[in-house]
Design a protein around this ligand. Structure first.
Ligand SMILES: [Mg+2]
Length: 182
């Protein structure tokens, strides 16, 4: 069996923080950029403890998740990854938002409609440690317990210093050998 490749969505494919920053400007008059987000705790980084309340409202009222932008180049890298290791070995592994079923519904539709990842290659999971494979993620918390070869940290301002191999999604895909080598 080949090693499954698990690609996180928010922070790797979808620009969650870009949408949160837009909401912060609109709803709280907080003007920050991605470079200011040096904690994974967005409330702390934005000095906006209510951020999640506004996000939940935006998910319910205006398709916050479905309207999220992808990171430039991320879909192209995903296609290259699928071409290299086989589409059937590439999954998107993402967390659902607890108590907010609309998040999962919109994320699933976003993955299918924009990212070209059908439901059979979508994994919604609260604990990614339970899923074997190479995890590509922006949150070092999700990689805990994985060895050096089964985790790759997509570099963002909030994960500087993470104790895993760190770089861009594109660089990882470029470094992988062609199909059959994994
Ligand atoms: Mg993430």
């Amino acid at each position: 069996m080949k090693t499954p490749i698990l690609v996180d969505c928010d922070g790797v494919l979808s620009d969650l923080i870009g949408s949160v920053l837009m909401l912060a400007r609109e709803r709280a008059g907080i003007y920050k950029t991605e470079a200011d987000i040096v904690h994974y705790d967005y409330g702390k980084a934005l000095e906006w403890p209510r951020w999640w309340v506004e996000v939940e409202n935006a998910v319910r009222d205006r398709e916050f998740v479905y309207r999220m932008h992808p990171y430039p180049g991320s879909f192209k890298a995903l296609r290259e990854l699928e071409a290299k290791v086989g589409r059937e070995n590439v999954f998107v592994c993402t967390k659902a938002w607890k108590g907010l079923p609309e998040w999962m519904a919109q994320r699933s539709a976003w993955l299918q409609d924009f990212a070209g990842v059908p439901t059979e290659r979508q994994i919604f999971c609260s604990d990614k440690a339970l899923i074997p494979g190479l995890l590509i993620d922006d949150d070092p918390e999700n990689m805990k317990g994985r060895d050096f070869h089964s985790a790759y940290c997509v570099e963002r301002p909030w994960n500087v210093g993470a104790p895993f191999t760190r770089g861009t999604f594109e660089a990882l895909v470029a470094s992988l050998q062609d199909r059959g080598e994994l």
